[in-house]
Every structure is written in structure tokens, then in C-alpha cells.
Write a protein that binds this ligand. Structure first.
Ligand SMILES: Nc1ncnc2c1ncn2[C@@H]1O[C@H](COP(=O)(O)OP(=O)(O)OP(=O)(O)O)[C@@H](O)[C@H]1O
Ligand SMILES: [Mg+2]
Length: 757
């Protein structure tokens, strides 16, 4: 029987994939294009280790990009090897090493129930420190400071290293933020005294743990016999070092990734890791996969035509045996709201024509704020949808309020949780009183909880009494938490704290939905404690799980709904029908990210990731006007549209009101020369060598364009039209440019000036 099962899964692989699965020993690297089965190889490799080599699942560690990806992988493995798969050590870097840090916390001076501060907690803490240090909060913006600290931690620069390195001091002085090092130090100390680690600490401290405690490292090196990493291109140096240390003895490390999909450089991910890997493991076995199983020929070739514009790319030749498929559709809208409507009707129509379910559709965008227009239109069309990311459930105020109580019960020194819960519902405890408690704790170098227990001796009269009441309440909750499970405790807290009652009393629509949300959280906790396979049902176990859920994990993918998400969240996923919306300059590529050529290449990789999510059909859209930062702005189509080989695109003529389009377009055209001037100074880093357009460059009406005419293109320079193809909106021209070579241009958005002679 067993051999039958085994033969089965090996038959679902092509020869190089199979090689990646059956050669389980030694360092292996699989760098291959999107949709070529990298994740499948990793999954089957694990199954093969268990099924064929009888490796104990708990000695295999697999690191994925989201916890949801880990869950899917586990389910797939379970189908092959049975429920043994449950004992695999799988998850994101953050969740896997948070677990290890909890076991070893005492080595680093932390209790095992340390809190994990989320980004909000970190920013709040920074704001408080900036205030206490009497610094200018316009210069020391919380997110700027946090990014700086985060970048340091991800490069394994401790606050001591930071303060001792004159390069950082100089850099901060140049940026008018000379106190940055001191801020970093204070921030770390405040987290430490609150028994808290932030997200970056989970990696930073794991490195410290492994470096300073060789016995601990040795223990885990012995335990984890096999280490596997998906989406390797997006690991940062801190993650890479953890992996390298863990695998140092046995060297059974297998990584899969795609340099063309590296999209987290802004968070410190480093393609360099791929090169380091080759250097660090001279015996490395490298496997190449080139066949794409996911997408149509059209999609694969269009994606190749885009990514080829990048210079910093490992050479790959991705091809597919799949059908040609539909052309990529381009939708032009006058406004962001119209874009929403057009996309929603396109989805509706496709759904009817192809008898597809909502779950087969995804709308991808560059920034979360673009979801609003899409959501409204989907709702109007009665299409069920779910938004991944954005303001997710666990970021809502009422949810964070109750969680703050729960956190403070588990960790009595969690300063941010105390600050949030102490006056909820209102008990008349003012900010002055709260500040006093924190200041006393830090000045007298006492744990916060000690100070609070003795509040009366530090705070006279009313303040002291009120803090005392809160302390008594928390103590009673703690007693419950010791005896009961997470659900019983949370239900009691919701009731006895007065939170539920306050929400219940609010009969506005918002109030009612907040009440329901809290009930929903309690349901989630109930589900957690009802899980028969779970050993630890304590409040602290629940909290740990909740803090480390990534946005992607929080949504239920089984639901029959259209998925809306940013491209960053879409990594590794696939859908039959994908809509990439907001294909406009400044939005995608993002204006905020564009300060160098390397940044443009990262935006282009992001576009490549987006295109390659589609299995059957890809649709792109842009709007001519869009509300951004509260103002209506006119937009230009994204340069990325011109980068797709036009053979693969057709313009959708059916949608959109023609009249409205042309008036908006002439508005855009009038502004074109101005934009272009701005353009030339802004876009120093465009991909192709830049042609400097003539001073009177004005795009012509190209409806009368004929073969043999000479034209000027804003970017490619002068050339001669050699072939005209198709009609109307799909009209294309092949132009032989004097310096840029032959290009095929889709006339509905190419910027061409016809030269009269
Ligand atoms: N040998 C194969 N035969 C049939 N289908 C395959 C094969 N290999 C992979 N697939 C299918 O192709 C699709 C893409 O595979 P997978 O997600 O593993 O690719 P990937 O390289 O990890 O993609 P990405 O770069 O987007 O992460 C999946 O639906 C997978 O089931
Ligand atoms: Mg994958």
C-alpha cells in the first residue's frame, strides 16, 4: 500500500522536480521562475523524507512566507503521509522562532510569557519616549524612528554597536536626528523592562541566543535534521544567519525561491543571500526549473517580456506547455470609481460566461487604499468579497481593547497593555496618573507591576484608589487564568471589566457592530480551546498565536468570495482570473518607492509577481483621474503597460463611456507637455536610455497613422513605422527606431508624435 501512495506523488513531478524531491541530503538550492512548482517540490520533499526515509516529522523545520502557506503545505503532506504531518515544525520565521524563544527566554533575561509588541505598540512607545526626551516629534516621527531601529536590528546592529559607530552618528546628524542612537537604546530598554519583544526582536534575539549560547544552538542543531525554506529570495540577513547556524552541522538545508520575485528589499531582504548561499555551501546542488504549470502561454510570455527589462536578474527561460489562452485585457476608466464599476462588471460577466465561483477571482493593487472603490462596486453587484490585509479584524479598536486586558493579565509588566486597558471603560484614571506610574517604575528601576500594587504610596487620594481597584480586578482575572482555559478567562474579562456592557449600551450601528466583533473574538477563542489536538489551551498560548498571525492568515480562504489584496500579500498564490488595478504612474510604480534604479527594478519585480498570479486570464486597468490624499489628480498610464509586449494585449472597447473618456483624455493631453517636463527631471532612473523629446513634443492623434510615416516617441526617440496591425482600440504599430531598435506599440496609449515633412 505504502509504495503505491509513494509512486503516486513522484509521478506528479517532472524530472528536475523529482530530482529536487528525492535527493534529500546536503545543501540544495532551487531558483526558478514563477509557477514552476518550487513550492510543490518543497512540499513533496518533506513528504518524501517522512514516507520514504522515515524521518521523524518533529525533526523537520520548514519556513514559509505566511502561516497560511504552512497550513496548506501541511495539509498536502498529510494527504501523502497521514496525520503524522501534524508534528512538523512549520511556519513563518517569526512564529517558529517565537516558539523557540519562549522555551529559552530565561537565557536572555526574559520570562517565557513575554509579550510580542505589534507595530502599533512599538510606535506608541516611540512617541512616548520622544515626548519624554523632549524631542521634536516632527523630526522624530514614530514610523521614521521605528524604520531606522528596525533596519538596524535586521542588520544585527545592536544599540551598543549603533552608538559606537561614527557612521550612524554622522548619518543621523546629517538627517537632523542626532538623538537616534539614544532613542534606539531607550526603546530597547523600555521593551526589556516591559518583558516585551517587537517583531524584529524575534529574529534579532534568536541570533543573540544562538551566538551567545552554543549549548542551546547545539540542541536545536541536533534536533532539526532537515531545514527547508520557501520564498528564499525574501529573507533578510538576520533570517539567513539563523538558518545558516541551525544547518551548520548537518548541512541539510534546501531553499527555493525566485530572484525575479524579490519584493521585500525595502524591509531588508537581500538578493545577496542567494549569492551568499552559493559561497557558503561549495557542495551546493543547484536545480533549475523552467516549465511553468500555472499560466497560459500569453501570461507567461507577457511576464517574461516585462521582467527582461530588469538588468539585475539571473538568466532564466520560463516556458509553458499550457494553452495560448486569452489576450491580456486592458481597461481604461475615467475615474477610480468608474474603474471599480468596470472591474466589478467584468467579473460579473466572466463569472456568468465561464460558470466560475467568486473564489476564482482576485483583484490586486499596489496600496491598500485602492480597495475602497473596488469594494463599493462589488457590493453593488452583489459579489461577495474579502479584503486581505488593510485594517484587519485584530486591528480594530474594540478587539485591541479586550486583547490589551488579556495581555496585561498574562504579562504584568506589559506597559502598552496597561496603558490601553487601565481606563477602559472610563474609571477616571487620567494620563497624568498613568505617566506617574511609568516614571516611578523607570526611575526607581522597579517592575511596573510592583509600582502599581503600591499605587497608593506613590499617588495620593483618588488616583491611588482608582489604580488600586484596577489592580484588584486584574488580580482576580489572573486567578481565573491560572485555573481556567483561554475562553473562560476571556469571557469573564469581557463581562467583568465592563467592556461588553459599555458596547452593548451603544445602540448606534457602529456600536452594535463593535459589540458583535467582541463576540466574534470570543468565538474565535472558543474555537481555539475546543481544538482537541491542542495541548496548551491557556490564555498565553492563545495570545501568542494571535500576535503572530499575518494579515493573510486572518482571512478564511474557503469562503466563496472574490479576493482583494495588495500584490505583496499575493505572493505564492494563484487564481484563474486576476485583475491588476491602478496601473498608473506614481501609483504603480509607486512614487514613494522610486528614488533609484534599483527601486524601479523592485517595482517591476512586483509587477512580475502580480502578472504571474493569473492562471487563465489577466486584466489590467487604469483610471485617468483618481482621488489621492484627498485631492482629485489626473493620472498617466503606467510605464509598465508599455513594457508588456503588445502582442499579448487587447484594449477593452465595450466598457467605459467613450465621450467621457475623450474629454478626460484631452485634459490629460493638454497637461502632457507639462507633465513630461516634470517627468524628465523626476525620472532620472527610467529603464531604457532616455531620449530627450523635442521641445515641442506633443503626442499626435494617431488614428491616421500609416506605414512609412516617421514618428517621435517620448522615450525611444525617432523612428519609422513599418507595419500597422489591427483596428480601433487594438491598433498596433511596429516602429523601427533609429537607436532603440524595433518596437511594437499599442497606439491607444503609446505617446507618439507624427513628424510632418
Ligand atoms: N509537475 C507538475 N504537474 C502538474 N502541475 C504542477 C506540476 N508542478 C507544479 N504544478 C502546479 O503548478 C502550479 C504552480 O506550482 P507552485 O505553486 O509550486 O509554483 P511556485 O514555483 O512555487 O510558484 P511561485 O513562484 O508563484 O511561488 C500549482 O498549481 C501546482 O500544483
Ligand atoms: Mg511558491
Amino acid at each position: 500500500m505504502a509504495s503505491e501512495v509513494q509512486a503516486d506523488y513522484l509521478n506528479e513531478l517532472n524530472p528536475p522536480q523529482r530530482e529536487g524531491v528525492v535527493n534529500t541530503e546536503g545543501p540544495t538550492m532551487l531558483i526558478a521562475g514563477a509557477g514552476s512548482g518550487k513550492t510543490r517540490v518543497l512540499t513533496y520533499r518533506i513528504a518524501h523524507l517522512i514516507q520514504h526515509h522515515h524521518v521523524e516529522p518533529f525533526s523537520i523545520m520548514a519556513l514559509t512566507f505566511t502561516n497560511k502557506a504552512a497550513k496548506e503545505m501541511r495539509e498536502r503532506i498529510e494527504k501523502i503521509v497521514g496525520n503524522e504531518a501534524r508534528n512538523l515544525y512549520m511556519g513563518t520565521f517569526h512564529s517558529v522562532f517565537a516558539r523557540i524563544l519562549r522555551s529559552e527566554a530565561s537565557r536572555l533575561g526574559f520570562p517565557s510569557n513575554f509579550t510580542i509588541y505589534d507595530t502599533d505598540d512599538s510606535k506608541t512607545l516611540i512617541r512616548q519616549i520622544v515626548k519624554q526626551m523632549k524631542l521634536d516629534d516632527k523630526l522624530y516621527k514614530a514610523n521614521v524612528v521605528l524604520n531606522r531601529i528596525s533596519a538596524a536590528k535586521n542588520r544585527l546592529v545592536s544599540w551598543q554597536d549603533y552608538l559606537n559607530n561614527p557612521i550612524y552618528a554622522q548619518d543621523d546628524a546629517d538627517n537632523m536626528r542626532p538623538e537616534m542612537g539614544k532613542l534606539y537604546q531607550t526603546y530597547v530598554m523600555r521593551c526589556f523592562s516591559a518583558d516585551a519583544m517587537d517583531f524584529d526582536d524575534l529574529l534579532f534575539n534568536t541570533n543573540v541566543l544562538f551566538q551567545e549560547h552554543p549549548d542551546v544552538l547545539n540542541k536545536y542543531q541536533q534536533r532539526f535534521k532537515y531545514l527547508l525554506i520557501d520564498e528564499f529570495q525574501d529573507t533578510n540577513i538576520s533570517q539567513y544567519l539563523i538558518a545558516k547556524r541551525l544547518a551548520a552541522v548537518r548541512q541539510n538545508i534546501a531553499v527555493v525561491g525566485d530572484d525575479a520575485q524579490s519584493i521585500y528589499a525595502f524591509r531588508g531582504a537581500d538578493i545577496q543571500n542567494i549569492l551568499n548561499f552559493e559561497r557558503d555551501y561549495p557542495d551546493l546542488k543547484v536545480i533549475k526549473l523552467e516549465q511553468n504549470y500555472r499560466s497560459t502561454k500569453t501570461i507567461v510570455n507577457a511576464a517574461n517580456s516585462v521582467i527582461n527589462k530588469n538588468t539585475a536578474q539571473l538568466q532564466k527561460n520560463v516556458w509553458t506547455d499550457n494553452d495560448e489562452g486569452d489576450l491580456i485585457e486592458l481597461i481604461k476608466a475615467t475615474s477610480d470609481n468608474e474603474e471599480g464599476k468596470l472591474i466589478a462588471s467584468a467579473i460579473f460577466e466572466t463569472k456568468m460566461q465561464t460558470q466560475s465561483s467568486n473564489a476564482e477571482f482576485a483583484i490586486l493593487y499596489r496600496t491598500n487604499s485602492q480597495s475602497r472603490a473596488m469594494e463599493e462596486a462589488l457590493r453593488r453587484n452583489n459579489l461577495k468579497y474579502r479584503v486581505v490585509g488593510g485594517l484587519s479584524f485584530y486591528q480594530r479598536k474594540e478587539i485591541k481593547d479586550l486583547i490589551a486586558y488579556l495581555r496585561f493579565i498574562v504579562n504584568p509588566n506589559d506597559e502598552q497593555a496597561m496603558r490601553r486597558s487601565i481606563n477602559l471603560p472610563k474609571r477616571g484614571i487620567g494620563p497624568g496618573t498613568i505617566e506617574k506610574l511609568v516614571v516611578v517604575a523607570s526611575e526607581e528601576n522597579q517592575p511596573l507591576w510592583n509600582v502599581m500594587e503600591n499605587a497608593k504610596s506613590y499617588l495620593g487620594g483618588r488616583g491611588g484608589n482608582q489604580v488600586d481597584e484596577y489592580v484588584t480586578l486584574i488580580k482576580s482575572f489572573r486567578l481565573t487564568a491560572e485555573k481556567k482555559d483561554a475562553y473562560d478567562t476571556a469571557a469573564l474579562v469581557a463581562k467583568n471589566s465592563g467592556l461588553l456592557k459599555e458596547l452593548y449600551a451603544d445602540k448606534t450601528i457602529e456600536g452594535m457592530s463593535r459589540y458583535e466583533n467582541v463576540q466574534e473574538l470570543l468565538n474565535a477563542i472558543k474555537e481555539f480551546t475546543d481544538d482537541k489536538e491542542r495541548e496548551d489551551k491557556s490564555l498565553s498560548a492563545f495570545l501568542q498565536e494571535v500576535t503572530l498571525l499575518t494579515d493573510e492568515d486572518r482571512s478564511d480562504s474557503n469562503e466563496e468570495a472574490v479576493t482583494l489584496m495588495t500584490i505583496h500579500m499575493a505572493k505564492g498564490l494563484e487564481f484563474n482570473h486576476v485583475y491588476i488595478v491602478g496601473m498608473e504612474e506614481d501609483l504603480f510604480p509607486s512614487q514613494m518607492m522610486l528614488s533609484s534604479r534599483a527601486d524601479l527594478e523592485e517595482e517591476r519585480r512586483l509587477f512580475y509577481v502580480a502578472i504571474t498570479r493569473a492562471k487563465k486570464k489577466l486584466t489590467l486597468s487604469y483610471a485617468l483621474n483618481r482621488y489621492r490624499f484627498g485631492r482629485l489628480k489626473n493620472c498617466e498610464p503606467s510605464r509598465f503597460l508599455e513594457e508588456i509586449d503588445p502582442r499579448f494585449i487587447k484594449v477593452n472597447k465595450k466598457f467605459g463611456s467613450r465621450a467621457a473618456l475623450s474629454s478626460a483624455e484631452s485634459y490629460v493631453t493638454k497637461n502632457f507637455v507639462n507633465n513630461l517636463k516634470k517627468d524628465q527631471s523626476n525620472r532620472k532612473f527610467a529603464s531604457a536610455p532616455q531620449h530627450k523629446p523635442s521641445p515641442d513634443f506633443q503626442p499626435s492623434d494617431t488614428s491616421g497613422l500609416q506605414e512609412g510615416m516617421r514618428v517621435e516617441h517620448a522615450k525611444f526617440g525617432f523612428g519609422k513605422v513599418t507595419v500597422i496591425d489591427a483596428e480601433g482600440a487594438n491598433k498596433k504599430a511596429k516602429v523601427e527606431f533609429d537607436t532603440a531598435g524595433e518596437k511594437t506599440l499599442l497606439l491607444s496609449f503609446a505617446k507618439l508624435r507624427i513628424i510632418e515633412d
